[in-house]
Design a protein around this ligand. Structure first.
Ligand code: ATP
Length: 379
């Protein structure tokens, strides 16, 4: 494990003792693969689980859900011991109060939507949530009489989500729930998942290959490589740490932001986000921003360029004054970390341009990027 990538300050604030935790300390050995995870995860909001293929993401979720029988160690969910191999504790999946939604929805194909949901209600021992409430949250009221095999992939995933929620889990595990869907359905379901998380205060662990998806909905990110944790903490901090991690080669280098919306529409189709008291960031306006006060967005490091003087005759709308904090050589490119106010921005330029502009540490520069370079995945 690369300890330098674990963001200790962020970790301490996240693992505040008042927040209930999922404590994991487990080993799983397959012939060709070993998973070795020791991590406390605060049970608030959505925690993303990210990593290359075969890094152990699904194995971790399966271990928490009780579907991996060969593990040793401990898993504690709040104050319930799910696994303690020394004490011989190994709760069955149905005893864990952990819900699981997979990539394919695994519904009962011989039942209608309502039949699938009623089955979940019958199996649930609690009754905090009403069926009507869950149908509303998952927007299934128009589909109740339909056979599930007549539904689209996105509709089936909504039924799977509803069924998992109806079991009233303490933790919901989502394993690539959107990977088979088109972008429109992904956006719709991501919004729904966010809303459900907030309405029910239901903590979630969300596995995805797509950093764009995770960046939009997760508060915390856990990054795995070869069965081990390489990074954990606040989503923006972790993404920024990964920018400088050559070995991982996991992400497109980027600046990840959550910013307040200052002006929804400036009259020219641009939305202004408040970076700080002096500086705004403009992006193309979307009707959905009108409902929001805060926006998650990201800017690829390759979409930002550097000038030494403030551009006054440019069509590019975003110009930010900043100071070079770090210069990281990467083959023919350099990754610059430039601090603007208190926000780090990441910029890749060619080594040739760095030489041409004689860029050095602590130098003041202007960053420039188009409104269209400020990206959002869902609104
Ligand atoms: N039952 C098993 N027996 C042997 N090896 C297994 C078993 N289950 C998983 N593995 C191995 O464990 C490794 C991790 O698999 P896992 O499915 O957890 O990865 P992942 O990060 O979820 O990958 P992907 O993103 O491709 O779904 C893989 O090399 C896989 O072959």
């Amino acid at each position: 494990m690369n300890d330098s990538l674990i963001n200790n300050a962020a970790l301490n604030s996240l693992t505040n003792h008042k927040t209930p935790q999922l404590n994991i300390n487990i080993n799983i050995s397959y012939q060709q693969f070993e998973l070795s995870i020791k991590q406390s995860i605060p049970l608030n909001g959505i925690t993303g689980v990210f990593g290359h293929s075969a890094s152990g993401k699904s194995t971790l979720l399966r271990a928490i859900a009780g579907l991996e029988t060969t593990l040793t160690g401990e898993i504690t969910l709040v104050d319930t011991s799910l696994v303690n191999s020394e004490q011989g504790i190994y709760l069955k999946p149905e005893q864990r109060q952990v819900g699981l939604v997979f990539q394919n929805s695994r519904l009962f194909s011989h039942l209608t939507v309502l039949g699938n949901l009623e089955y979940a209600v019958k199996r649930c021992k609690n009754s905090r949530l009403s069926l009507a409430e869950v149908i509303k949250l998952t927007e299934l009221s128009a589909l109740l009489d339909q056979e599930v095999n007549q539904l689209s992939g996105g509709q089936q995933q909504r039924v799977a989500l509803a069924r998992a929620i109806l079991a009233e889990p303490k933790l919901l595990l989502l394993d690539e729930p959107l990977s088979a869907l088109d972008r429109h359905s992904k956006t719709q379901l991501l919004k729904m998942i966010l809303n459900i998380q907030k309405q029910l205060s239901l903590p979630m662990l969300y596995v995805s290959h797509s950093l764009d998806e995770l960046q939009q909905v997760c508060d915390t990110l856990l990054v795995l490589a070869q069965g081990k944790v390489v990074s954990f903490g606040n989503i923006h901090h972790v993404i920024h740490q990964l920018n400088n991690n050559h070995e991982c080669d996991l992400i497109q280098q980027q600046t990840s932001l959550s910013l307040p919306i200052k002006t929804f529409n400036n009259g020219h189709g641009l939305t202004a986000l408040a970076l700080n008291a002096q500086q705004d960031i403009f992006l193309s306006c979307d009707q959905a921003f009108e409902q929001q006060t805060q926006l998650r967005c990201f800017i690829l490091a390759s979409d930002i360029s550097i000038t030494l003087t403030e551009p006054s005759n440019s069509s590019i709308v975003n110009h930010l004054l900043g100071t070079i904090k770090q210069i990281n050589a990467q083959q023919n490119n350099v990754l610059l970390t430039v601090i603007c106010g208190s926000q780090d921005f990441f910029v890749t330029i060619s080594a040739f341009s760095q030489q041409k502009l004689s860029l050095t540490l602590r130098q003041q520069v202007y960053l420039q990027f188009k409104a269209s370079a400020v990206r959002t995945f869902i609104h």
